[in-house]
Structure formats: structure tokens, C-alpha cells
Design a protein around this ligand. Structure first.
Ligand SMILES: [Zn+2]
Length: 327
């Protein structure tokens, strides 16, 4: 509890626009222990890729991805990684390319693996942007996020006591267009996919779209937060139909093509169909988890976490609400 109290205190570094959201963060309703199930494995080595002029993508197979745009007027970062030390590592990688200041950090969704690196960028003077529902999720699920990442911290020898929730300085509702060093960056919200507030970031000069939460290339995604699987599938189809995009940069997995986005939509549809049919046939939660195995998707990353994903879907379809709902 000491850690939690310290986290709450440390979380008070944010813009005034969020004060109204800060009242009484609710504790997670369900035990989170079994959701803290990171397992160390042989991952693809970390890769920093140049995906378009001045646009870099850090593919971190063991943890989560991030991206950054370098311009003459400064740097824009998308997602800050899963620990303050990993945020500092990202900043060091940026420093090897440019000495320009990091102006902006965008947190695409309210999962700690995409914002626990915020302290490094806050200390460097960046302004952190997120959708209002992402900010609300970071507040509401602060304790849950910390708990469900303890195994990751332990496996990588990262100090949990260093973790702080640094909230966004600035929130938006639907769309923000930034101009930085002659580049355009379009920050968009098209409705929830994997999460409320799922934010997309479009780089017209590179015909590239960063899709943090909804798209995880060749992965199983956590289904505990989505308010609607149909909405998530429809969002992926909408994203895949964007004819001004060639590169789809996922929150997890390698750089994707249009077909990879459609493949995820198909997989979610197939999983949803089977889970709904099992519930309609009267299957219990335990039997559903035991019987539905989806061998056709067994090679996808995170397949070892299928049990908790199926439990989350069972919860969604039997209660009408996500297991971990917000805002
Ligand atoms: Zn993630």
C-alpha cells in the first residue's frame, strides 16, 4: 500500500484541465493477480526502424512499441514504453539522432506499457497529449495497471518503486492537427476499439498511421477493456480502408500492411463468434475457457494468455460490460 500511496502522490503532475477527473479513483473490482501474467520468452531483438523520412518506429517485441518524428523544431513521440527506465532509453535513442527538444508525447491508450515512460519525457520538458478517455482510464485504472505489470518489472529487473503515473498535460475530444518543423501530424479519435479513447496518429508525409491499441500485428490483444468487439472490428475495417495509408504501425508486433489489419479484424470476429455460440449453448465460464482453444491462432504472440482473454469476453457478453470498464 505504501507504493500505491506514493504513486497517487506522484500522479499529481498534470494540467489543470484534468482536475475534475481526479476525484476518487475507483479500485479494480476484480482481483488482478491472474492478469499479471507476463512470461519471459525468446523475443525478437529490439529494432529501431526508419519507416518514412524522419519517422522512426521502435519495435519492442517483449514489451510495447513506440514511434517518433524528428524535425528542425523538435521531436514528437508516440507512446513512452513500459517503465521510466525504458522511457529514458527511448530518449537516449532519440538523442543519438537529434539534439532538438522533445516537444510532444502522445499516449495512445491507457495501458501502462504505453505510458510508464512518461516521467523521462516530462523531465525533458515535453507536453503530454492524450484523448480525454485515455486520461480518465489512466486515473481510474492506476492501481490495476501497476499490479498487472509487476511480473514484467520483475522479469526485466526493473524497479517497481520507480513507476509513476504522469498524466497528460493536454486532452482532446476528437481531432488535433499539429504542425512541427514543416511536418503535419494528425491525432485522431474514431471511437473505441480495444479501449475507450484509442488514439490514431497519421503522418501524411509517410502515408503512415500509428494504431496503438486496436492493432497488434500477429498478436492476441487483451480483450478486458473493449466496450464492444463489433466496434473494435468495425474500427479495424475502417482503418484498413484508409486509402491514404500504406504503413500501419501497431502498438505490438512489427510494422503491418493493410492485410495484417484485416487479419486481426477476422480473428476477433472468429473468436467473438465462437465465444457467443458457447455462451448461447449454456457453457460455463470454466468450460468455455477449457474448450475454446483456437489452434489456428496459436502462433500469435500472447497466445499463452488466451485464458484471461476468454474470461474477459465471457464477462463482456454475460454482463454487457467490459471486465475493466472506464471512463
Ligand atoms: Zn500494450
Amino acid at each position: 500500500m505504501r507504493v500505491w500511496r506514493r504513486l497517487k502522490t506522484a500522479g499529481l503532475s498534470f494540467g489543470c484541465c484534468l482536475l475534475a477527473l481526479m476525484a476518487a479513483p475507483a479500485p479494480a473490482a476484480e482481483s488482478t493477480d491472474r492478469f499479471d501474467n507476463f512470461r519471459m520468452r525468446e523475443g525478437v531483438p529490439l529494432q529501431l526502424k526508419t519507416v518514412a523520412p524522419d519517422l522512426y518506429f521502435l519495435y519492442d517485441d517483449l514489451s510495447s512499441n513506440s514511434a517518433f518524428l524528428v524535425t528542425d523544431e523538435g521531436v514528437l513521440v508516440i507512446d513512452s514504453r513500459q517503465h521510466p527506465a525504458h522511457g529514458r532509453d527511448l530518449l537516449e535513442r532519440i538523442r543519438k539522432i537529434t539534439d532538438k527538444p522533445v516537444r510532444w508525447v502522445i499516449n495512445t491508450h491507457a495501458h501502462g506499457d504505453h505510458y510508464y515512460g512518461n516521467p523521462a519525457f516530462k523531465a525533458a520538458g515535453a507536453t503530454i497529449i492524450a484523448h480525454r478517455d485515455v486520461a480518465a482510464g489512466m486515473i481510474k485504472n492506476e492501481q490495476l495497471e501497476f499490479k498487472r505489470r509487476l511480473a514484467f518489472f520483475k522479469s526485466l529487473n526493473l524497479d517497481p518503486a520507480e513507476v509513476k503515473t504522469v498524466l497528460p498535460d493536454l486532452t482532446f475530444d476528437s481531432r488535433v492537427t499539429l504542425k512541427l518543423g514543416g511536418r503535419i501530424v494528425e491525432i485522431m479519435y474514431l471511437g473505441p476499439g480495444q479501449n475507450p479513447g484509442d488514439t490514431l496518429v497519421y503522418f501524411p508525409h509517410g502515408r503512415a498511421l500509428y494504431v496503438g491499441g486496436p492493432f497488434a500485428n500477429n498478436n492476441w490483444s487483451n480483450m478486458s477493456f473493449t466496450p464492444s468487439m463489433d466496434g473494435w472490428i468495425a474500427l479495424l475495417k475502417k482503418i484498413a480502408a484508409m486509402d491514404n495509408v500504406d504503413l500501419f504501425l501497431p502498438g505490438h508486433g512489427d510494422v503491418g500492411k493493410r492485410q495484417d489489419v484485416l487479419d486481426e479484424a477476422d480473428m476477433l470476429a472468429e473468436v467473438q463468434k465462437s465465444v457467443k455460440a458457447a455462451i448461447a449453448a449454456g457453457m460455463s465460464r470454466e468450460d468455455l475457457v477449457k474448450n475454446l482453444r483456437f489452434p489456428q491462432f496459436a502462433s500469435r504472440r500472447n497466445y499463452d494468455r488466451i485464458d484471461v482473454f476468454l474470461e474477459a469476453l465471457y464477462h463482456l457478453y454475460t454482463t454487457g460490460k467490459p471486465l475493466f470498464a472506464y471512463p
